[in-house]
Structures are given as structure tokens and as C-alpha cells.
Design a protein around this ligand. Structure first.
Ligand code: AMP
Length: 218
């Protein structure tokens, strides 16, 4: 899943993983978990994450490479937030070639101003990972998770100043991946504004079309 922060990659990745029986891997979640546990990796990553900067390619490349070796990754993986730089995309391309992984990049496109508003209103469940939005659901601000009851938290990097830095980083480092995948015939764009259910249906439609194209070319 490609797209700016707040485009809805996490929400859609989890739903897609459920629908297709794939596993969903979020490099951001892995890094946040490591930061919470204060592992060596977590300590290294924490400062950069809180400043809205990217963690070095070698660190995330390793996380993804290790995760892809897990048994549950065999059936398929939805990558949420990786690759995020051209260096990572080249690294992942080598893994994909080696392991014969069929790759499709789905770009979720949303306007910057909408993203700033969305992220500033975002609350997360630290237990089950569910994401809530205070503009559509005002009760969730510092309330509890409707799914599992845990107290909701706001990510430090969802503060407006950090969000703007994350958007700058996205435009500079990650947006070029759209051309990278487009040139390889592996990019499909989906509008990321509107109801999550409608966006999900659009992604599934794109995946069905790709599936048909691929079966026709066999
Ligand atoms: P996310 O939850 O995907 O918004 O990621 C949160 C933060 O984790 C990012 O702002 C980066 O600091 C770090 N991060 C996550 N994925 C990557 C990646 N592929 N490359 C570099 N840094 C990453």
C-alpha cells in the first residue's frame, strides 16, 4: 500500500489481509512496538519517528526481509508503509525477483490538507490496533476502544507540526515510487477520500481487474 501518512493504508491493509487470508505487515507498527519495548532497534528508531523522519533503509529492509520468511507470509502479504524510498524499492525488487513474489503497488491518493485534519483527529487503540476519528466520532477523544475497551491514545507523530514534516518527507522520498512502479506496470491508483467501505470496494475491484489481466496473459 503506497500513499501519504493518513491516507488510510493501515485500515485498508488490515481489511484486505482479512478478505484474502494474507498477513498485513506495517513497518510503522513493528517500529512502534520496538520503541515501546525499548529494544535496541526501538531506541534507534524512536527519535526519528517522533520527529516525522524516516528510519534508515537498512533497518526497515531487514524487518521486512525477516517477516517475509515467516510461515504465515507464504500465502501473501499486504505491506503497509513499505517500501518508502527508492532504495527500499530496489531492495524489495531484488527479494521479489528471488522469491518470485508477484508485486502490485496500490496508491491511495488524498489531498494534503485533508490528511493534516484527519491525522490530528486520529486516535488509536494500543491493544487491538483499531483506528478512530474524533471528527466523525467525537466521543473517542481520550475515550476507550469500542472494540476491546482499552484506553485510546494519540500518536506523538500525529501532532500537526510533525504531520507536516511527514508529508514533506512523503513528497520528497516516497512519491517517486509511484513512477518506479508505474514504469514497471505495477501501479494502480485508488482515490483515498470518502467512506472506508467504498475505498475498500474500489481496491478489491482493482485487484480483480489485475487478476483477470494476469490470467489472460498466462
Ligand atoms: P507509519 O505508521 O507507516 O506512518 O510509520 C511511522 C513512522 O515509522 C514513520 O514516520 C517513519 O519514521 C517510520 N517508518 C515506517 N515505515 C518506514 C519505512 N518503510 N522506511 C522508513 N521509515 C519508516
Amino acid at each position: 500500500m503506497l500513499g501519504p501518512p493518513g491516507a488510510g493504508k493501515g485500515t485498508q491493509a488490515r481489511r484486505l489481509a482479512e478478505r484474502y487470508g494474507f498477513c498485513s505487515v506495517s513497518t510503522g507498527d513493528v517500529l512502534r512496538d520496538a520503541a515501546r519495548k525499548q529494544t535496541e532497534l526501538g531506541k534507534q528508531a524512536q527519535k526519528r519517528m517522533e520527529a516525522g523522519e524516516l528510519v534508515p533503509d537498512t533497518v526497515v529492509d531487514q524487518i521486512v526481509r525477516d517477516r517475509l520468511l515467516d510461515e504465515d507470509a507464504r500465502r501473501g502479504v499486504i505491506l503497509d508503509g513499505y517500501p518508502r524510498t527508492l532504495g527500499q524499492a530496489h531492495f524489495f525488487e531484488r527479494i521479489a525477483e528471488c522469491d518470485r513474489i508477484d508485486v502490485l503497488a496500490i496508491g491511495l491518493m488524498v489531498d494534503d490538507e485533508i490528511l493534516v485534519a484527519r491525522l490530528s483527529a486520529r486516535w488509536n487503540c494500543p491493544q487491538c490496533g483499531k483506528i478512530f476519528n474524533a471528527s466523525s466520532n467525537p466521543a473517542c477523544a481520550s475515550g476507550s476502544c469500542g472494540a476491546c475497551g482499552a484506553v485510546l491514545v494519540q500518536r506523538k507523530d500525529d501532532r500537526p507540526d510533525v504531520v507536516r514534516e511527514r508529508l514533506r518527507v512523503y513528497h520528497r522520498a516516497t512519491q517517486p515510487l509511484i513512477d518506479f512502479y508505474r514504469e514497471r506496470g505495477k501501479f494502480r491508483e485508488v482515490a483515498g477520500e470518502g467512506e472506508p467501505d467504498r475505498i475498500f470496494d474500489s481496491i478489491v475491484k482493482v485487484l480483480n481487474e489485475e487478476e483477470q489481466k494476469r490470467s489472460a496473459s498466462l
